[in-house]
Design a protein around this ligand. Sequence first.
Ligand SMILES: Nc1nc2c(ncn2[C@@H]2O[C@H](COP(=O)(O)OP(=O)(O)OP(=O)(O)O)[C@@H](O)[C@H]2O)c(=O)[nH]1
Ligand SMILES: *[C@@H]1O[C@H](CO)[C@@H](O)[C@H](O)[C@H]1NC(C)=O
Ligand SMILES: *[C@@H]1O[C@H](CO)[C@@H](O)[C@H](O)[C@H]1NC(C)=O
Ligand SMILES: *[C@@H]1O[C@H](CO)[C@@H](O)[C@H](O)[C@H]1NC(C)=O
Ligand SMILES: *[C@@H]1O[C@H](CO)[C@@H](O)[C@H](O)[C@H]1NC(C)=O
Ligand SMILES: [Mg+2]
Length: 419
Amino acid sequence: MATSRALVAFIVLISFFAQIWNSRVKSKVNLNEIHSRSLEIVAKRENPHLMDLELAKLKPASNSYVHELFPRPISGAPQLENATILMLCRNWELPGVLKSMRSLEDRFNKDYHYTWTFLNDKPFTERFKEATTFMASGKTQYGLISPQDWDAPSFINVTKWEECLQDFEDRNVIYGGSKSYRNMCHFNSGYFYKQPLVLQYDYYFRVEPDVEYFCDFQMDPFRLFRENSKKYGFVISLIEYEDTIPTLWEAVEDFMNANPDMIHPESMLDFLTDDKPIGADYLVVEHNSSYNLCHFWSNFEIGDLNFFRSEKYETYFKFLSQTGGFYYERWGDAPVHSIAAALLLNRSEIHHFEDIGYTHVPFATCPESEMLRLGKRCICADSTKTDNINLVPHSCLPRFWKYAGKSFLREYYHPEEYQ
Ligand SMILES: Nc1nc2c(ncn2[C@@H]2O[C@H](COP(=O)(O)OP(=O)(O)OP(=O)(O)O)[C@@H](O)[C@H]2O)c(=O)[nH]1
Ligand SMILES: *[C@@H]1O[C@H](CO)[C@@H](O)[C@H](O)[C@H]1NC(C)=O
Ligand SMILES: *[C@@H]1O[C@H](CO)[C@@H](O)[C@H](O)[C@H]1NC(C)=O
Ligand SMILES: *[C@@H]1O[C@H](CO)[C@@H](O)[C@H](O)[C@H]1NC(C)=O
Ligand SMILES: *[C@@H]1O[C@H](CO)[C@@H](O)[C@H](O)[C@H]1NC(C)=O
Ligand SMILES: [Mg+2]
């Protein structure tokens, strides 16, 4: 009896230790699993709470507030600037054109009635003109782009061009196989500001089909530009696809070496070349040249046309154009404009509109400040709650702030216009 009791006790004891041992081993395995799974989650950014924390780190502070709320309509006739709203588009894009027009009229132009200027490489149809005339609160005008301004320059080797198109197409580069896309980017880089209808203005506001503005402007961005000597304005800044611009930076370096005097002494060259991490969370961007691929997203653009018409910009554009890179590669007007603004302007002349909510597929952004969203009656797309492009690691906005500094919205507002 005693031996069997001792045996039972021994077995119980053994199994107890075995269990502890077992559970230790198990818990070790589990901990490892949990640990590695959480690492994966962090890597994949699946945890919304963590994501919020990371976003908070990326944007540690905001001065996006105005003292007053201006929900009332504008009083009387506002002061107008020498400016136009500019859209390059095709006849078949009419539904998207009307959508963009309705949004911008509602949020801004109904108070100002700036003229809409439409440009096309083909004549606009009567139907297009009629519908856009009805949608505009001001005048509309329609320009036909000449083949000299639109088509590939004569020095482009057509055989080589076809080969490059095929190569880009095979490598699935975005719009890589499109000729018209290249004409469009070349035109938007060097010809839009020289069109006869555009020559009569100092400022333009670029609009594309199918975009949307999420908030009331409650200010005239053209007036802001003139009063604060701004020359180039953007809403979204992000990383360019390097495959579209393999030799763009080489050409820019050649331009800088040939024209060192044209680089502004207070330029933002550092915004284009510095790739040191900013903040706690950042993306390691692979890039072959010393260009960090940051650019302003040019489908939204407000600019001073006299900057583009300046000798500096013209020299820069001609220099890039004669390399053939717009055609043999697929240089976008966004990096071309951005690099020009960053190199040729005083950094204080570049403006980030942080109070304009905006989307062009696939990206969207909206002011983060609750006060601004209320006061400017924003209706932000759901995607801006989780995917505000200016708050993700591949945004270049923190880098822009690092080199251009940040200003207060109050400095730009004219509340007396909204009493
Ligand atoms: N007249 C004319 N306008 C064009 C042509 N290609 C593009 N555009 C316009 O140029 C601008 C940019 O072209 P998009 O096709 O919007 O290019 P994107 O914004 O890079 O790309 P998605 O909007 O995603 O297609 C838009 O305002 C277009 O309407 C063209 O061949 N002729
Ligand atoms: C045009 O490009 C093709 C293909 O790259 C080349 O064989 C040809 O020599 C080029 N022509 C001229 C005039 O440079
Ligand atoms: C508007 O700007 C253009 C281009 O600078 C200029 O030619 C024109 O005279 C200006 N118009 C007015 C009314 O100032
Ligand atoms: C960058 O360099 C790598 C390695 O040499 C090369 O495979 C890749 O094609 C280059 N990318 C571009 C866009 O030039
Ligand atoms: C650049 O802009 C700043 C701020 O407006 C100004 O103080 C400075 O003098 C400008 N620099 C040059 C070289 O024009
Ligand atoms: Mg577009």
